[in-house]
Design a protein around this ligand. Structure first.
Ligand code: SF4
Length: 358
């Protein structure tokens, strides 16, 4: 967003910004006041037009936008921060062609494919997550969707990890059918992750081996089976600002309990290897925008935050974020869990379950 002029888009009818007109700071302030009233007094969702207008606020207003997002987060979700550890329990060798992903077998990347970890290894990672003070543990498998053998392993692991550690156990294993969703719910899966990643209109630029609609259908099945839905975004793959707003509105319709916010951390060997990182203040703007579009969601810092935000990571926590993945990500290293816990202590944000009021 850093290069855009101080403009506001003309009203849209089809999700596309067709032209821009200048907006001066006084009208920008009035826009923020209108959106504050909508979210905090009227308790209504912002429209796509309102979110488009916020997306084009001048750069000097990003601090005010972030402050509003923090106010909204506190009003809807409270001060708690939900902490999660994730484990790549089956890495690499995925047949899908997501252009950002180092785990696709279609690209020549340094990621080494490994089979499903042994039960003792999964349990040990979960115990480490519990020691950090986290409440959530997610078992992540790189695959298009689970086969019968994988389903049986998950049906064994989910209740075992929950019983041994007391953690909420979450799963991410790709596209599900209705029967698989019901079985994972019956096994006690607390939340199922299936990222929608990007706007429907941009998805074919990112993945061709499955469709956005297939992803949305899995999201629907997860909710239908009674699990909480976790569906995240990946920002910085060449999508336009209008498409980021489109994505925020599509997610608001899908209604996930949790939205992990990933920023592209270009992986060597992938088609997106040479893409630029999102600028730090642009990242803050979009964290705030997603909070305002999804006021009651658990908005989680996920992959790419360290390289994208650097020194501004604490700022993100007061711009709408209310959850963290601590430790390492699937194929990249995060900063230490201790550093994150220190950051939360400095911000005086308690670690705990987040009440979702929507
Ligand atoms: S994002 Fe998931 S589905 Fe896509 S290639 Fe990577 S592991 Fe496979």
């Amino acid at each position: 967003m850093a290069e855009h002029p101080a403009t506001i888009p003309t009203p849209i009818t089809d999700g596309t910004v067709t032209a821009s007109r200048p907006v001066e700071p006084p009208s920008a302030s009035a826009l923020l006041d209108t959106c504050r009233d909508a979210l905090l007094a009227e308790r209504r969702r912002l429209s796509q037009d309102e979110l488009e207008a916020l997306a084009f606020l001048p750069d000097e207003m990003v601090g005010s936008l972030a402050a509003l997002a923090h106010e909204v987060r506190l009003a809807y979700c409270g001060p708690e921060v939900e902490v999660e550890g994730i484990l790549s329990a089956k890495t690499g060798g995925c047949p899908e062609d997501c252009n950002f992903c180092g785990q696709s077998s279609r690209f020549d990347t340094p990621v080494k494919a490994t089979p499903f970890l042994r039960t003792a290894e999964v349990l040990s990672a979960a115990e480490e997550t519990a020691r950090l003070g986290a409440s959530e543990f997610c078992i992540v498998l790189a695959m298009r969707g689970p086969d019968e053998r994988t389903m049986r392993r998950l049906e064994e692991l989910v209740p075992l990890v929950a019983k041994e550690t007391g953690l909420n156990v979450n799963v991410s294993a790709g596209i599900l059918n209705a029967e698989q969703a019901e079985r994972l719910a019956a096994a006690g899966t607390h939340r199922y992750n299936h990222n929608i990643e990007t706007a429907r209109s941009f998805f074919p630029n990112v993945v061709t081996t499955h469709t956005w609609e297939e992803r949305r259908e899995t999201c629907r099945l997860v909710k239908q089976a009674g699990m909480e839905l976790c569906s995240g975004v990946l920002i910085g793959m060449g999508e336009s600002d209008a498409q980021r707003v489109e994505l925020s509105c599509e997610l608001a319709e899908i209604g996930p309990a949790e939205v992990p916010v990933n920023f592209l951390n270009p992986r060597p060997g992938t088609p997106f290897a040479e893409m630029a990182l999102v600028e730090p203040w642009e990242a803050i703007r979009w964290i705030a925008l997603f909070r305002l579009a999804l006021p009651g969601a658990i908005l989680r810092y996920a992959g790419g935050r360290e390289v994208t935000l650097g020194e501004l990571q604490a700022m993100g926590m007061t711009s709408g974020i209310n959850a963290l993945i601590v430790g390492n990500y699937l194929t990249t290293l995060g900063r230490s869990a201790e550093e994150d816990m220190e950051m939360l202590a400095e911000l005086q944000m308690p670690v705990g379950a987040v009440g979702n009021v929507i």
